[in-house]
Design a protein around this ligand. Structure first.
Ligand SMILES: C[C@@]1(CC(=O)O)C2=NC(=C\c3[nH]c(c(CCC(=O)O)c3CC(=O)O)Cc3[nH]c(c(CC(=O)O)c3CCC(=O)O)/C=C3\N/C(=C\2)[C@@H](CCC(=O)O)[C@]3(C)CC(=O)O)/[C@H]1CCC(=O)O
Ligand SMILES: NC(=O)c1ccc[n+]([C@@H]2O[C@H](COP(=O)([O-])OP(=O)(O)OC[C@H]3O[C@@H](n4cnc5c(N)ncnc54)[C@H](O)[C@@H]3O)[C@@H](O)[C@H]2O)c1
Length: 226
């Protein structure tokens, strides 16, 4: 009999967590990492449930960045949650959290037996709107971390600037009525290529910041309308 793959197949997506209830059960090192990940990812409704917490988690609660319910997990704690992290050091408690949170319609991250949960957290590199996430589907978090480090070096801060600027260009173009849809698409592809060339040091576009979005649109348009 052939050896079966032990890893699951996951769907990649980037969630908008603003206004969504996220619950972290447990107050240790792992709960701290998951909580930081949530806050970095824009979550603004994080509830921590644990009788104790690391000093970093306690300060986040003090600052009002998270809500801390200083007690053990109780049934109904997952009600209304979108995401729940079962991050206690008790397998029994984590399994109860998993079962109840699922029944309440939440997606659950089971930290001590990740494959039993509904999702796992990737390693992330954030460069403004550009978000690179890396996962080994749980096969090797250490490998994911190494690749994340590699990407951090490869994709520096200038990518944030370009991703932001391309976003502004696209937002302005949406309201432009003077171009056919196909032309707009071609212009946006051309702009992305200019960004890439600039980032690779083969600057083809005017110096950064020297050109307004309107001037950029005109220049891109002239290439297609001439
Ligand atoms: C990305 C990141 C996000 C986050 O936690 O939010 C994350 N782990 C990170 C760090 C990290 N994890 C570990 C170390 C210590 C090792 C070291 O020293 O390097 C460090 C580093 C540190 O603490 O510095 C050990 C570890 N991790 C897991 C186990 C249990 C097991 O393997 O069963 C063990 C113990 C066994 C072991 O050692 O292998 C399990 C998981 N960890 C995952 C994610 C998920 C799968 C990700 C994937 O698909 O690859 C999954 C399945 C949990 C889940 O999310 O469900 C985060 C930031 C990484 C970064 O820096 O970018
Ligand atoms: N996902 C990962 O990346 C990863 C990596 C290593 C370990 N783990 C697993 O994650 C789990 C947590 O690890 P840790 O190092 O943070 O543990 P820890 O011992 O530092 O913290 C456990 C926390 O759970 C709390 N807790 C215990 N029972 C509770 C209950 N009934 N209700 C609420 N809170 C309760 C404790 O008070 C404590 O704050 C462990 O099961 C560990 O095996 C996960």
């Amino acid at each position: 009999m052939g050896r079966e793959s032990r890893t699951k197949t996951y769907y990649a997506l980037h969630l908008d967590l603003r206004g969504k209830r996220c619950v972290v059960v447990g107050g240790g090192r792992i709960a701290e990492r998951k909580t930081r990940g949530l806050l970095e990812g824009g979550a603004d409704h994080v509830t921590l449930i644990s009788p104790d917490a690391t000093s970093a988690l306690a300060s986040l609660a003090e600052q009002g960045s998270i809500q801390w319910l200083r007690r053990e997990y109780q049934d109904k704690d997952a009600d209304g949650a979108a995401l729940v992290f079962a991050a206690t050091d008790s397998r029994i408690v984590n399994d109860i959290v998993l079962r109840e949170a699922r029944a309440a319609g939440a997606l659950v991250n089971q930290t001590d037996e990740a494959a039993e949960g509904d999702f796992i957290a990737p390693s992330a590199v954030r460069r403004g709107p550009l978000l690179l996430s890396v996962s080994t589907s749980g096969a090797s978090p250490a490998f994911a971390k190494r690749i994340r480090n590699e990407l951090e070096g490869r994709y520096g801060e200038p990518y944030a600037w370009w991703a932001e600027r391309l976003g502004e260009l696209r937002a302005s173009m949406v309201n432009e009525e003077g171009f056919a849809t196909a032309t707009k698409r071609a212009m946006l592809r051309e702009a992305a290529e200019e960004a890439e060339l600039d980032l690779q040091g083969e600057r083809r576009s005017p110096q950064r910041g020297d050109e307004t979005i309107e001037a950029w649109i005109s220049r891109l348009a002239s290439a297609y309308l001439s």
